[in-house]
Design a protein around this ligand. Structure first.
Ligand code: 9YW
Length: 449
């Protein structure tokens, strides 16, 4: 399917409405992920939100990242949620009980797990925008990179050490939520080994009150497993090594690893350009080493038959064979031209964006040709605009401008009704989940800039 360029009027309307959504979701120093369903700051959402806001205001975009960093733990971990004012969101701070963890930040209430390390990718894009504008924007962005370089490095080092103690080159996650793709079929096999125990405190879900059709969300059985893992983290006081010996879910996540590799290279680039983190033991060299290790880990995970990267179940030592969009992790971190070309063709081909049933040729979370595909269920098939943005970004970076532009134009067409939904039904094009989702509006702004 060929998709045409949006008209000047459509561009103007979309940019205006996306800006409006982000302003409405702005709570001063941070942006809620969505107006009612997610009334707090989510980690990887904040990265996307910041790069979108930068197209309108570089200082406000930097504030977003600055706020996120106030939640950083002493271990270097950036937690997946920074809680704002009390809300009915579940699980809230009273369930996470992070006061049991010595490393938590003293002033900010947070969750106790993390999300994909998209932030430095966002920061480098903001810096790029700021330099194009010059003047104060450039000065502010460069100062911000100087001020926060060590904090980003600490975040990456946390993932590279506490979450890869044996140097496999794959970042270990302790909860499906850490992948950002909660109920993805990527995790069906490892979740089958997660067994909630009767002494888990009872719970009432809040998410179902915000959606019309519960079948579009994870099931209650899945939710019980999510909360059991949370409980296991609390019981070891959020100590990663202790969780590794006792926790039910320990998986090497290929997408998180690829993002870590890409982000580490960008951090090293920024360090070099600005003359920070130098010297042989400095941050630049450490970042390059992290990038090399995880790029190698990601490339090693590629299945020669399917051409897709695979997660590794570290409890059993088995590769997880699932046709999810995370399989395109090597596109994000590069490192092997033949793999990149094969993945580009696969992504645009009939098992993925070129599948004949798709309303818009944008990245589905699971291949429509796979037996796991469920068109209306969360991360089991629907299209998430941020995933499409990531793949377009990756293609652009590896010199595949035409393919990147194809995804960009198709992504804009999908968003043309300006609902900025959380996710999209890939066959009908219907909007699903929350409306006015901040990261969806943000990537629209970036695609339009
Ligand atoms: C939850 C906020 C988050 C995203 C996740 C997505 C969903 C639900 O919403 O999580 O309750 O955390 O799966 O990737 O960051 O947009």
């Amino acid at each position: 399917m060929t998709v045409s360029q949006p008209s000047a009027v459509e561009v103007g309307l979309m940019a205006g409405r996306a800006g409006y959504v982000l302003r409405a979701n702005d709570r001063g120093r941070f942006t809620v992920a969505s107006p009612t369903l997610y009334p707090h700051m989510w980690s990887w959402d904040a990265g996307f939100v910041a790069l979108g806001i930068a197209t309108v205001s570089v200082p406000r975009a930097l504030d977003e990242l600055r706020t996120l960093l106030t939640g950083q733990w002493a271990t270097g971990m950036i937690p997946h949620i920074l809680f704002h004012s009390p809300s009915d969101y579940f699980p809230g701070p009273e369930r996470w009980r992070t006061q049991v963890a010595a490393a938590r930040p003293p002033e900010v209430l947070t969750s106790g797990i993390c999300q994909p390390p998209i932030h430095v990718i966002a920061l480098s894009r903001i810096l790029h925008d700021a330099r194009r504008r010059g003047g104060t924007d450039q000065q502010l962005a460069e100062d911000f990179v100087r001020e926060t370089f060590d904090q980003w490095l600490a975040w990456h080092q946390y993932l590279a050490t506490a979450r890869d103690p044996y140097s496999y080159g794959l970042v270990e996650i302790h909860h499906g939520w850490e992948s950002g793709m909660d109920d993805s079929p990527r995790w069906d096999v490892p979740y089958a080994n997660v067994h909630p125990q009767p002494d888990m405190p009872p719970f009432v879900r809040a998410d179902l009150a915000h959606v019309a059709d519960p079948s579009q969300r994870p099931s209650d059985a899945e939710y019980a497993r999510y909360l059991w893992l949370l409980e296991q983290k609390v019981r070891v006081r959020y100590d990663d090594a202790a969780y590794r010996s006792t926790g039910d879910f320990v998986v090497g996540d290929v997408l998180v690893s690829a993002l870590l590799a890409a982000a580490s290279d960008l951090l090293a680039d920024m360090g070099e350009e600005l003359g920070i983190g130098g010297g042989s033991s400095g941050g630049v060299e450490q970042s390059r080493a992290i990038a090399r290790r995880f790029r190698t880990g990601v490339l090693r995970s590629v299945d020669p038959d399917t051409g897709l990267a695979r997660d590794l179940d570290l409890r059993t030592g088995n590769w997880l064979e699932v046709e999810s969009a995370a399989g395109f992790a090597p596109l994000l971190c590069g490192g092997d031209e033949a793999v990149t070309r094969r993945q580009r063709d696969l992504l645009l081909g009939p098992r993925w964006c070129g599948h004949s049933r798709l309303r818009w040729p944008v990245v589905p979370s699971v291949s429509p040709a796979s037996a796991d595909f469920r068109e209306r269920t969360y991360w089991r098939g629907p299209q998430w605009p941020v995933l499409n943005w990531l793949m377009a970004w990756a293609l652009n970076r590896s010199g595949e401008q035409e393919a990147a532009n194809q995804l960009r134009l198709a992504g804009l067409s999908q968003l043309i009704d300006c609902d900025f939904a959380e996710y999209y039904e890939p066959v009908t094009g219907e909007t699903l989940g929350s409306r006015d989702q901040s990261w969806t509006a943000a990537i629209a702004l970036d695609f339009l800039a």
